[in-house]
Design a protein around this ligand. Structure first.
Ligand code: PLP
Length: 417
């Protein structure tokens, strides 16, 4: 796989890099495509698509089963992808990387497989008001099943977690789980996850980091964060849909029951009893997302070649530029913290205009943004709105796309004048 060298030190050349993404070769409604919805799912570089194609064309067979050449190649490709994810997260051991469908499944795996055996009446599961439903609903559901309660770390006026509430939360019960995102998908807030992980451990709790929105955009080191579990989705980080990863501490994973059962995850099956396979297989029931994992490995190669530090710096610049330019639009409300404490995500509302109307009119200008509750209804309740508009950026985003958004918003204002 050839990777175009696109970086100059820590500076990322988004204009050159954009040529790697075939999607940008088209116009939408006769306008250049301004794709500002990468937080929902990212676009795909040719290098990643070619890696998947190459796997299908040269090495495709089911993994961990056959003894023939193709099966061995496919198994090696899957395990190479696992090693790429391990290195990307600085995880101690590749056995701790479990391939799943997406971050949602990774979090459900922990909520079910750890939560059902370890939670009970009097226990607390702590999440935040900023969580995506994927890191809220599974915990709410498992807490409901086990008699545990859900507690929320609230937000302050800036859209940042109010850590002064931690002591009060700890007085309400035995905290067993703290589960928070590292980057909020709605406000872009970068949360102090290392502090929360340390606090969780002081309480004798486990800490799960939802990195679905962080892993694509900044260096995430599970050991430096002090997390016990971490979830990510391939499709948000230049990889294909249908694959994500859960990293978990080996001692915790070894002590857990499986989440899904069936083929591949067993050691032996008898009428009386089934025993589980080794890590990571115990948590990978059924045929693995093989080509998708290969694609995720190639996406990681792509991101590493661009440089995670350069990607993060690029997005900070874009967020600062977007906040400055959007402030020019009359009667706009911008949500969330200052640019230096947020990733490349900006949520906003235009006074008196429903976000769906805004997004639809922008679409006619070639601008793709997200409008809705962003799977964060508790947060929307806190902001006192049903929905927001959200523009989000990635390594291929250029400032002209933000200009196109701002021009589009002026056009929206005219329609509703
Ligand atoms: C912060 C966060 N967590 C979890 C998810 C869920 O990701 P997926 O839908 O890929 O499972 C998302 C998706 O938007 C997200 O932004």
């Amino acid at each position: 796989m050839t990777i175009v060298a696109v970086t100059d030190g820590t500076k990322l050349d988004a204009r050159t890099l954009r040529h790697d993404f075939p999607i940008f070769a088209q116009e939408i409604h006769g306008k250049p495509l301004a794709f500002l919805d990468s937080a929902a799912s990212s676009q795909k570089p040719r290098q990643m698509l070619e890696a998947m194609n190459h796997f299908y064309e040269t090495s495709y067979a089911n993994v961990h089963r056959g003894v023939y050449e193709l099966a061995e190649r496919a198994t090696a490709a899957l395990e190479h992808a696992r090693e790429r994810v391990r290195a990307f997260l600085n995880a101690p051991d590749a056995r701790e990387i479990i391939f799943v469908r997406n971050a949602t499944e990774a979090i459900n795996l922990v909520a079910y497989a750890w939560g059902l055996s370890n939670l009970g009446p009097g226990d607390l599961v702590v999440v935040t008001e900023l969580e995506h439903h994927s890191n809220f609903v599974p915990w709410q559901f498992i807490a409901g099943k086990t008699g545990a309660r859900l507690a929320l770390i609230p937000l302050d006026e800036q859209g940042e977690l109010d850590l002064s509430e931690l002591d009060a939360i700890a007085r309400n019960g035995q905290i067993k789980v703290v589960a928070t995102n590292l980057v909020s998908n709605s406000l872009g807030t970068i949360n102090p996850v290392d502090r929360l992980a340390a606090w969780a451990h002081e309480q004798g709790a486990i800490f799960l980091c939802d990195a679905a929105q962080a892993a694509p955009h900044m260096r995430v080191d599970v050991q430096a964060l002090g997390a016990d579990f971490l979830a990510l989705s391939g499709h948000k980080m230049c990889g294909p849909s249908g694959v994500g990863a859960l990293w978990g501490r080996a001692d915790l994973l070894l002590a857990m029951d499986p989440f899904l059962t069936g083929g591949h995850m067993i050691s032996s099956v008898r009428l009386e009893k089934t025993t589980w396979g080794e890590l990571p297989h115990k948590f990978e029931a059924g045929t693995a997302p093989m080509a998708e994992a290969v694609g995720l490995g190639a996406a990681i190669d792509y991101l590493e070649a661009a440089g995670m530090e350069a990607i993060e710096a690029h997005e900070h610049e874009l967020a600062a530029y977007a906040l400055e330019r959007l402030a020019e639009v009359p009667e706009i409300t911008l949500y969330g913290p200052p640019a230096r404490r947020r990733a490349g995500i900006v949520s906003f509302n235009l006074e008196g205009i429903h976000p769906h109307d805004v997004a639809q009119i922008l679409d006619m200008q070639g601008v793709a943004i997200r409008a809705g509750h962003h799977c964060c209804q508790p947060l929307m309740g806190k902001l006192g709105v049903a929905a927001t508009n959200r523009a989000s950026f990635y390594l291929y985003t250029i400032p002209e796309e933000i200009d196109q958004l701002v021009e589009g918003l002026h056009a929206v204002r005219k329609v509703f004048a």
